[in-house]
Design a protein around this ligand. Structure first.
Ligand SMILES: [Zn+2]
Length: 355
């Protein structure tokens, strides 16, 4: 009697499983036949009432039925999976897609590319260096005195030396304590380039620099700079000024008045502060230029003899001209924007205006 019930159950279950089309239907059938309150459990519970001779046989048969049903479920599951589509059946191919918004270059990147074009057209080479540099390249090679305030942590982000440094010998420690920092300016790359390539040379090396300072409308902790260097024999200031005017004219599309004032920077001798006419007020005076009509956009000057020596060049033989262009400031001038922090705000409402 029970034996017949078990056999019927197996036939019914296998038939139902073969009919199933979805995984959820399979789960339902599993509950129905093999679940705790399922048909098989009910039948097995009544085995206790059977005669002592029948019980082991029925128990064995019950087990076989259970295994067969489970095997049918498993193979059907594989079959459903193999025949299923990757596309959800609710997917409606006739619906219009959502439009992907076209992105654009950041205005600072656009300016850097425009400068690249301007310099490359004058036969300059493009060079780049890592964001992390050493005290040797950031300061020592560039004629910064040992006690120069820019070396202090107030201005420069020094990297913590690795824990293993403490275990080094004094001599090794001194070598290792040529500290590493986030580059506070790009100029270190000029010596690296000259050491590798020698002179004469003309190259640009744009990048991001890092300063440990308080942000305000004209200062940022991390900002882009764009530096250029020519090294040649008998390179004159007049040629330097003409270079700046040529570059600004290429970038702004019209002549931009420039003035040079004496300025002191350790790595140049003589050094200049190079101002351009404020393009926001066209020289009349505004909040961007502190009402003076001019904006300091680039320090520059002739490489200091000690810098040329650090680069392996004879200062008696070689001369040249540095300019370090404040990219953020040029972008402020190009679009008449008075707060440099907007460029780094990641506010797309602001940035989308410069597509
Ligand atoms: Zn102005």
């Amino acid at each position: 009697m029970l034996q017949q019930e078990l056999e019927t159950l197996l036939k019914e279950a296998v038939a139902a499983i073969n009919e199933a089309q979805t995984n959820s239907k399979l789960q339902e059938l599993k509950q129905k036949f093999l679940g705790k309150k399922g048909t098989l459990s009910v039948i097995l519970k009544s085995i206790g009432k059977a005669s002592a001779e029948e019980r082991p046989l029925l128990g064995k048969l019950g087990n076989e039925v259970k295994n067969s049903i489970q095997a049918s479920l498993d193979s059907k599951e594989v079959e459903i999976l193999e025949n299923s589509s990757y596309i959800d059946t609710d997917f409606d191919v006739s619906l219009p897609g959502s439009q992907i918004q076209a992105a654009s270059l950041h205005p600072i990147t656009q300016m850097a590319y425009d400068l690249n074009d301007a310099f490359l057209s004058l036969n300059f080479e493009l060079f780049s260096e890592d964001d992390i540099t050493s005290e040797q390249y950031a300061f020592d090679n560039l004629n910064f005195p040992k006690e120069h305030p820019a070396r202090e942590s107030m201005d420069t982000y020094w990297l913590k030396p690795g824990a293993t440094l403490e275990e080094l010998s004094t001599e090794d420690y001194e070598k290792a304590s040529k500290r590493l920092c986030l580059r506070p300016h790009l100029t270190g790359a000029s010596v690296r380039y000259l050491q590798a390539n020698g002179a004469p040379a003309r190259f640009v090396y744009p990048g991001q620099v890092f300063r440990n300072e308080t942000t305000d409308a004209r200062h940022e902790r991390a900002f882009f700079q764009y530096e250029a260097l020519i090294v040649d024999k008998d390179f004159s200031f007049a040629s330097g000024k003409l270079l700046i005017e040529t570059i600004l004219e290429k970038v702004f599309g019209h002549h931009v008045p420039v003035r040079m004032r004496a300025g002191y920077f350790p790595f140049v001798e003589p050094g200049f502060e190079i101002d351009m006419q404020c393009q926001v007020c066209v020289g009349k005076g505004c909040s961007v230029c502190n009402q003076v009509g001019w904006l300091e956009v680039m320090p520059g000057g002739v490489p200091h003899p000690n810098v040329l020596r650090a680069a392996g060049l004879d200062p008696e033989e070689w001369s040249g001209f540095y300019i370090n262009i404040g990219l953020d400031r040029l972008v402020m001038m190009r679009y008449g924007i008075d707060d440099v922090r907007l460029f780094h705000s990641t506010d797309l409402r602001f940035l989308e205006q410069y597509k």
